[in-house]
Design a protein around this ligand. Structure first.
Ligand code: NAP
Length: 282
């Protein structure tokens, strides 16, 4: 019937972290659909900074729908308070729908989810596995390019998820009916150890890339020697110990439930990313 659609009316959508791994992909897709978007980040036209509450109200003005991606991670000290205060302000400013990017297996992330779930707005939680794009757009890019990835990770596998899948689920939750009150556990279709993931990247690039298992202490010492800030080292060592203890070593069906199709496979990510040349020889 004319006029019947699964899409909501398009009011502007605020995308926090709109230049980051998931946010950038969400913004691209919303732009493609002609949905007006405001990016919430420190470098945006109207700057937004999680560490400066005076920047929050201006970005929330005239927004009804918000994608919340906290930086750097919901597990860091202060994250819960920040997400709680932001959610409260968002509700007071007239926001009626929040889509929260969360992480699997983190108690701190769960607490943030609960704040959003009890805020009175329509909510959707995207509880995500480790992103494929950490190998190409984050701290694992340089080690992959350098041909040796040293990590405190061993036999416990992770169901890596593609940020494009997260973005597609997020866009559905932001723009369509039928996703409010849903918690989607987002993983890829396969479990891979970090060693197996590196082996797939090595095959896709045609380059020798070694995976070396380190102890947590060796890893932290190496990061310190590279000049990585102490808070980031603390976060990474926390993630590699807590999340790789087996608790997340199973796939989930969030992408299928949200989009009615299976998630992208790591091998396709590796092939497509290798073809861009970012990892060297393809
Ligand atoms: N990476 C993973 O594997 C993974 C897995 C599950 C869940 N998550 C969750 O995803 C969220 C985002 O992590 P990510 O790794 O994907 O990062 P990301 O979105 O790639 O992070 C960068 C984005 O955050 C913005 N940003 C940085 N500092 C900021 C600040 N102080 N205030 C406001 N914006 C800031 C950046 O823009 P500007 O530089 O312009 O500010 C950019 O848009 C985290 O909450 C994390 O827990 C990540």
């Amino acid at each position: 019937m004319v006029g019947m659609t699964n899409e909501r009316e398009h009011k502007p959508i605020l995308v926090l972290g709109g230049t980051g791994k998931t946010g950038r992909r969400i913004v691209e897709r919303l732009n493609g659909r002609g949905v007006p978007v405001r990016i919430g980040s420190r470098t945006a036209q109207q700057p937004f900074d999680w560490t400066d509450q005076t920047t929050w109200a201006p970005v929330l003005r005239d927004m009804e729908t918000v994608y919340v991606s906290y930086y750097p991670d919901l597990a860091v000290p202060g994250a819960l308070e920040a997400v709680g205060a932001f959610t409260e302000l968002a509700v007071a400013s007239g926001v009626s729908r929040l889509v929260l990017l969360s992480g699997r297996g983190e108690d701190e992330a769960k607490a943030a989810e609960e704040l959003v779930q009890s805020s009175g707005v329509e909510w959707t939680i995207l509880r995500s596995a480790w992103f494929n794009q950490n190998f190409s757009e984050d701290y694992l890019l340089e080690p992959v390019r350098g041909g040796a990835v040293v990590l405190p990770a061993g036999a416990v596998p992770e169901p890596f998820i593609d940020a494009d899948d997260i973005a597609e689920v997020a866009v559905a939750a932001l723009t369509e009916h039928g996703h409010a009150g849903r918690l989607y556990e987002l993983t890829g279709p396969r479990l891979l150890t970090f060693g197996e993931a590196i082996a797939e990247i090595s095959t896709a690039t045609g380059r020798a890339i070694d995976f070396v298992q380190a102890s947590l202490e060796e890893y932290a010492d190496a990061l310190t020697a590279e000049g990585v800030p102490a808070e980031l080292i603390e976060l990474l060592t926390y993630l590699f110990t807590t999340l790789l203890d087996g608790r997340n070593a199973q796939v989930a069906d969030g992408v299928q439930r949200a989009l009615g199709r299976p998630p992208r496979d790591f091998a396709d990510y590796a092939t497509n990313t290798a073809a861009t040349g970012i990892w060297g020889k393809a």
